[in-house]
Design a protein around this ligand. Structure first.
Ligand code: SF4
Length: 338
């Protein structure tokens, strides 16, 4: 049977915004445009009711991956199958069905909610787009589920009249009002006051269970992902470098990048007003990507030229008895650690 979601070789490159003069110079010199390799060959499967965490530092491509999964970005290459249906080849009707079933919860509810729309209209909009009946009853049920009680009291309120936690609950209710099968949650609590986070997370746990949802959580916070996810995929510079069951990865990380991520302590970032992880060394250039293993410039376990010349593929290694996949040459010599 098909998994709910199958992603194969997903790639998203963005052309660098270079300004008129640079682009004219480039054109006259016959040079190719520069591209940011935001996502570069990501593959995974997600079963019904399963939760997968995408982890990594800012800029590793996890948000672009999440947005591509719900078709908010058109992939540059690769396949996304939803219940066996190839989304790159589906017709309008199938895409419409997919859009009803796949929802996204964003990091900042203040930005993702329209400030000029009441709570009622915010939830009614997707129902009207998809021609779904029993509008008021569905909206009431979704708000009740999100613990915005009594629901009718919120109908006429605008986002600025709500607290941050209430706004994120409205965003969750909006995602649930269509009864989706699949949700992408991008740093869903990182903009919230610490005191409100546990409440919103337990709501999301309940949502996953009661709706039997498949969820992709995106976060830099491994302790949050550990709590919320069955499986983890660790991303570095647009690629997945390690994948497996959450506890296996946290207890016994195998990729050098995963190890440093687990050892890193989150630091407050004044630019974005929240935490980010900070590791030694600079992240490589996402335009002129490093050769071989993209982590080689920062890796403390570098084993030699092969790290710079050959790109390690993400695969199951003989050393591990769990279903771990790791992209690292440390494990490439006939099942023995080099
Ligand atoms: Fe480090 Fe080499 Fe493994 Fe890359 S392939 S993570 S550089 S040991």
């Amino acid at each position: 049977e098909n998994p709910l979601l199958r992603v194969e070789g997903l790639q998203k490159h963005f052309q660098v915004d270079e300004g008129l003069i640079s682009s004219l110079l480039r054109a006259t010199m016959g040079k190719e445009a520069d591209y940011v390799h935001a996502v570069d060959g990501v593959s995974f499967e997600l079963e019904r009711g399963e939760t997968l965490g995408l982890a990594g530092e800012s800029g590793c491509g996890k948000t672009t991956t999440g947005m591509s999964l719900v078709k908010l970005h058109e992939p540059t290459d690769g396949r996304i199958e939803f219940r066996g249906m190839d989304l790159t080849e589906s017709n309008d009707e199938e895409l419409d069905e997919f859009r009803r079933n796949a929802q996204m919860i964003f990091q900042d509810p203040f930005e993702s909610l329209n400030p000029r729309m009441t709570v009622y209209d915010t939830l009614a909009e997707p129902l009207r787009i998809h021609d779904i009946e029993n509008e008021t009853a569905r909206i009431r049920r979704a708000l009740e589920f999100a613990e915005l009680q009594p629901p009718d009291q919120y109908f006429d309120q605008y986002p600025h009249e709500l607290s941050g936690g209430q706004r994120q609950r409205v965003a969750i209710a909006r995602a649930l009002v269509l009864d989706p099968d699949f949700v992408v949650a991008d740093e869903p609590v990182s903009m919230l006051d610490v005191s409100l986070r546990a409440g919103v997370l337990s709501l999301m746990e309940r949502m996953t269970e009661e709706f039997n949802l498949s969820v992709v959580y995106i976060s830099h916070d491994l302790s949050l992902l550990r709590h919320m996810c069955d499986r983890l995929a660790i991303m570095y510079m647009g690629e997945i470098v390690e994948k497996g069951a959450t506890e296996d990865i946290i207890e016994n990380p195998q990729h050098p990048y995963t190890r440093s991520l687990i050892n890193a302590v989150p630091v407050p970032d004044p630019d974005v007003g929240r935490e980010r992880v900070e590791l030694a060394g600079e992240v490589g250039d996402a335009i002129d990507v490093p050769s071989g293993c993209r982590f080689h410039g920062r890796c403390s376990e570098y084993i030699g030229d092969i790290c710079e010349t050959e790109s390690p593929s993400l695969e199951r290694k003989a050393e591990f008895d769990d279903d771990r996949e790791v992209a690292c040459h440390l494990y490439d010599s006939c099942g023995e650690r080099s």
